[in-house]
Design a protein around this ligand. Structure first.
Ligand code: NAI
Length: 338
C-alpha cells in the first residue's frame, strides 16, 4: 500500500505507546484515523496529541472506546467507522496489547485469558470483523492492507513470558497466512515485531479487568516501576510508526525495528538456531547452545533497545517475572520473597 492520503485507518491500542505513534504517523500521512482503545481518558488525550502532531482536523480522527475482546462491541465499532468515514478501513493496524511476566508454570487461567485474549484473540476479532468488509469494498480496486503489532517475543520463547510469547508467535503466523490469502485481492499483510518500545505497557497490570485479576505472578508497584524504567529505554513510538509505514509501503511482511539489516538478520538467525537446537538431544543441545552463546553477541540496535535476554533489573529496582509467594509447588528460587 503506497497511497495513504484521504484513506481510512483503524488503529487499536491507539491511546498510548506504539498505537498512538502509529495514529500520529498515519494522520500526518493524510489518513482519516479511527483510534480504538479501552481507556477513555487516555483516548481523549491521545486524540488531542495526534491532532496537534499531524495538523489534521477534528473530523479526521475518530476515538472509539472499545474492549477489543468484546466481539459485539467490536462489530458495532466497525459499523461506526463505516458510517462516519463512509467506508471500512483501507488500513487495519491491530496494536493493542498487554503483558505480564512470571514463571510459566505459575500461570493461571486468568493470566492466559487476559494476555492471549488481548494479544491474540482480539487480533482474530479484528481480522474476522474487518477483512470481509475490506475485500468487498476494495478488492482489486483500491489499495488495502492489514497489519498487527507483534513482538520479537513472537520469535523466541522465555520461561517467564509463556502466554505473551505464545500469543505473539500466533499473531506472526496468522499474519503470514493473511499476507498469502490477500494477494488475489490486490492486498497484503504486515506484522511489526519490535524489541523494546518507550510506552506505558509496564503499567498494563493496573488496567487488568477485575474478572481476570487472579494472577499466578508477583505483581506490585515495584515490578511495574522496574518495567517502566526498562521500557523508557525503548524506541520512540513515532519513529516505530514511521518504520511500520515504510514496511507497509514496500510490501514487507515482517517489519523489525532495526535499520541495520545485519543486526536484523543476526537476531533472526539466532532465533532460528535456537529452534533448530530444540530438535537435538539434550546432550547435543547443551553443547550447541554453549557454542551459540560463545559466538553470538546479541545485536543491540540504537533504536530498539536491548533484547529481552539482556534486560536486567535496574539498580534498586524490584525484580519482575517471579511467581506469587504462596504457590507451594513453584521452585522457591522463582518465587517472590520479601
Ligand atoms: P501501551 O500500554 O503503551 O499501549 C497499549 C494500549 O492497548 C493501551 O492504550 C491499552 O489501553 C490498550 N489496550 C489494552 N487492552 C485493551 C483492550 N482489551 N481493548 C482495547 N484496548 C486495549 O503499550 P505498547 O508497548 O505501546 O504496546 C503496543 C503493542 O506493542 C502491544 O501489542 C505490545 O505487545 C507490543 N510490544 C511492546 C513492546 C514494548 O517494549 N513496549 C515490545 C514489543 C511489542
Amino acid at each position: 500500500m503506497k497511497q495513504f492520503k484521504d484513506k481510512i485507518a483503524f488503529i487499536t491500542g491507539g491511546a498510548s505507546g506504539a498505537g498512538l505513534g502509529q495514529a500520529k504517523v498515519f494522520s500526518k500521512a493524510g489518513m482519516k484515523v479511527a483510534i480504538a482503545d479501552v481507556r477513555e481518558d487516555a483516548l481523549k488525550a491521545a486524540v488531542k496529541e495526534s491532532i496537534a502532531y499531524s495538523g489534521c482536523s477534528d473530523e479526521d480522527v475518530l476515538p472509539i472506546k472499545l474492549d477489543l475482546t468484546d466481539r459485539e462491541a467490536y462489530t458495532k465499532a466497525a459499523d461506526l467507522v463505516e458510517a462516519v468515514f463512509e467506508g471500512p478501513p483501507h488500513l487495519l493496524i491491530q496494536t493493542a496489547g498487554v503483558n505480564s511476566f512470571g514463571p510459566v508454570e505459575a500461570s493461571t487461567f486468568d493470566d492466559f485469558d487476559w494476555v492471549v485474549g488481548v494479544c491474540f484473540d482480539a487480533v482474530v476479532n479484528g481480522l474476522l470483523i474487518f477483512v470481509p468488509r475490506m475485500i468487498k469494498a476494495y478488492a482489486n480496486k483500491e489499495e488495502f492492507h492489514v497489519a498487527a503489532t507483534s513482538s520479537m517475543g513472537g520469535f523466541m520463547a522465555g520461561s517467564t513470558t509463556g502466554p505473551y510469547s505464545a500469543a505473539k508467535a500466533a499473531v506472526n503466523n496468522l499474519i503470514y497466512s493473511y499476507a498469502e490469502a490477500l494477494k488475489p485481492y490486490g492486498a497484503s499483510a504486515t506484522v511489526l515485531c519490535p524489541g523494546n518500545i518507550n510506552s506505558n505497557i509496564g503499567n498494563a497490570e493496573k488496567f487488568r479487568p477485575e474478572h481476570l485479576k487472579n494472577t499466578g505472578y508477583h505483581v506490585s508497584e515495584g515490578t511495574m516501576k522496574t518495567l517502566g524504567a526498562i521500557h523508557a529505554t525503548g524506541i520512540d513510538p513515532v519513529e516505530l510508526g514511521e518504520i511500520l509505514k515504510e514496511g507497509i509501503e514496500n510490501g514487507r511482511i515482517i517489519v523489525l525495528p532495526d535499520h541495520n539489516p545485519d543486526g536484523r538478520a543476526a537476531m533472526l538467525r539466532s532465533q532460528h538456531e535456537a529452534i533448530e537446537n530444540y530438535t537435538l538431544t539434550a546432550e547435543q543441545r547443551a553443547i550447541a547452545d554453549a557454542e551459540r552463546f560463545k559466538n553470538f553477541a546479541p545485536p543491540v540496535s540504537d533504536d530498539s533497545g536491548p533484547p529481552p535476554s539482556m534486560w536486567g533489573v535496574p539498580e534498586g529496582g524490584e525484580a519482575f517475572g517471579q511467581a506469587r509467594a504462596d504457590l507451594d509447588y513453584v521452585d522457591p528460587s522463582k518465587k517472590f520473597t520479601k
